[in-house]
Design a protein around this ligand. Structure first.
Ligand SMILES: Cc1cc2nc3c(=O)[nH]c(=O)nc-3n(C[C@H](O)[C@H](O)[C@H](O)COP(=O)(O)OP(=O)(O)OC[C@H]3O[C@@H](n4cnc5c(N)ncnc54)[C@H](O)[C@@H]3O)c2cc1C
Length: 412
């Protein structure tokens, strides 16, 4: 049987390997540079908090069909906490005001007036949306929406940070529009927030790895790919520290590494690394958050999203370098989040995590350098969130890309 080497055990690599292993058309060999799977999406037991925490909060909506499908395939769909309604509560730290962004399901709900926008927004926001949806590849979000006022402060800027990990001034409009097409334009049924109360690892990663093993896939850890030998339009060997692994005439490779690594290995310009994302996790007395929303958007401060899981409150700051948060991050963020949730006193423990290259840079210039799935080498395909798809750096994009590469290998 021919062999397919999948390099990189992030979600894209796992999705590609699963698709191939389930089809049973090839022997699958997964190679991962580190000692764990998940790449930028993982969980670990934190000794300070004495809790399982995620490397970073991941916001997923019910329009993320590939994420839902991945969970169905690996048997973790029941672990998802899918909100019954498309509602997101917000708290403005500047003046203490609160509101809920709401999207009804179906036209009937819309006609009945079930939609709720942030205060101060009206028809202008709909016109912004129309302009955003028709954006070309060179436009930033700020080029397509009104630059000042509540629509910018309460909708487009937070949305740009959450979806693109870039502020409106630099974030590319087209990938944001692609996400809006798959969510808001599909109505409330595609905008219900999905939480993973058991953690990213137990929900998305570990069971995928288990399923791969059950299907007979081979996994090599601490196996960074160093180079690719090629002759003409074919890759002939993968070069690892232990030596080259020759590729047979029917063998294929799926390179599911991040943008920078893919660019280096293929000697091609690739998207730049995006801005860091900072997450602060606070363990609190359980009774302090019994009434707290599981997910809360914050405006008017540094903290942007608050996730409450059991007795751990986790706060996300996207595009974190912009807010130049240093060692004092935990203290400053706790001041904001404790005010928003009405918690008095200090947290029991704090863990601050900064992911330096959380996403590829979703600026128009960087997006233009996204590499296509087909590399010019007939037996080597690319997968990953950075591969040229309409979507920005997301779980959904990584999963879709992984699957597409596996199907392309099978249809060669
Ligand atoms: C803090 C944070 C918050 C995020 N928030 C969200 C969110 O709210 N919603 C959302 O949808 N997405 C979010 N994302 C983005 C999402 O996590 C990524 O888009 C997705 O995980 C990328 O998956 P991937 O498989 O393409 O790449 P990766 O996860 O980067 O996987 C690539 C794998 O390749 C391995 N590798 C690298 N080089 C080599 C080599 N030479 N040889 C072998 N292996 C190699 C790496 O170790 C890694 O395991 C967030 C990311 C971070 C970090």
């Amino acid at each position: 049987m021919r062999r397919v080497h999948v390099v990189g055990a992030g979600l894209a690599g796992l999705a590609a390997a699963l698709e191939l292993a389930e089809a049973g058309t090839a022997e699958v060999h997964l190679h991962e540079a580190t000692a764990r799977a998940g790449g930028r999406c993982w969980s670990f037991h934190d000794v300070k908090l004495e809790r399982l925490i995620d490397n970073g909060n991941h916001l997923v909506l019910s329009g993320n069909d590939a994420v839902l499908d991945h969970c169905r395939r690996i048997g973790t769909f029941d672990l998802l906490d899918i909100a019954p309604d498309a509602e997101l509560p917000f708290h403005d730290l500047a003046d203490g005001s609160e509101w809920t962004l709401r999207m009804p399901s179906g036209l009937a709900g819309l006609v009945r007036g079930g939609a709720a926008l942030p205060p101060g927004l009206g028809l202008g926001a709909v016109l912004d949306l129309v302009r955003l949806l028709s954006a070309g590849p060179e436009a930033t979000v700020a080029d397509r929406v009104r630059r000042r006022g509540p629509a910018m402060d309460r909708l487009w800027h937070p949305l740009s940070l959450a979806v693109l990990n870039e502020p409106c001034d630099t974030g590319a409009a087209a990938p944001l529009a692609a996400v809006l097409r798959r969510t808001i334009l599909k109505g409330g049924r595609a905008c219900r927030p999905i939480l993973m109360p058991h953690g990213l690892g137990p929900t998305l990663i570990t069971p995928a790895l288990r399923r791969l093993r059950d299907l007979g896939a081979r996994v090599s850890w601490r196996a960074p790919l160093r180079g690719i030998d090629r002759t003409g339009d074919r890759a002939t060997a993968l070069v690892f520290d232990g030596g080259p692994v020759p590729l047979g005439p029917d063998d294929a490779v799926i390179l599911a590494v991040p943008a920078a690594a893919a660019g280096r290995l293929l000697e091609r310009p690739a998207p730049a690394d995006g801005r860091p994302i900072l997450n602060a996790h606070f363990r609190v007395p359980a009774e302090a958050v019994l009434q707290a929303p599981r997910l809360l958007g914050l405006l008017g401060g540094l903290a942007q999203w608050v996730f409450v899981r059991g007795d751990v409150v986790s706060v996300t700051v996207s595009a974190a370098e912009a807010s130049s948060l240093g060692r004092e991050a935990g203290v400053r963020l706790w001041a904001e989040v404790s005010r928003a949730l009405g918690i008095s006193g200090p947290p029991l423990a704090i863990r601050v995590l900064r992911e330096p290259a959380a996403t590829f840079a979703a600026t128009p210039g960087s997006v233009a350098r996204r590499l296509p799935m087909r590399t010019g080498l007939r037996n080597l395909l690319l997968a990953g969130d950075h591969v040229a798809t309409p979507l920005p750096s997301t779980l959904e994009g990584a999963l879709l890309s992984g699957r597409a590469s596996a199907r392309a290998v099978d249809s060669r």
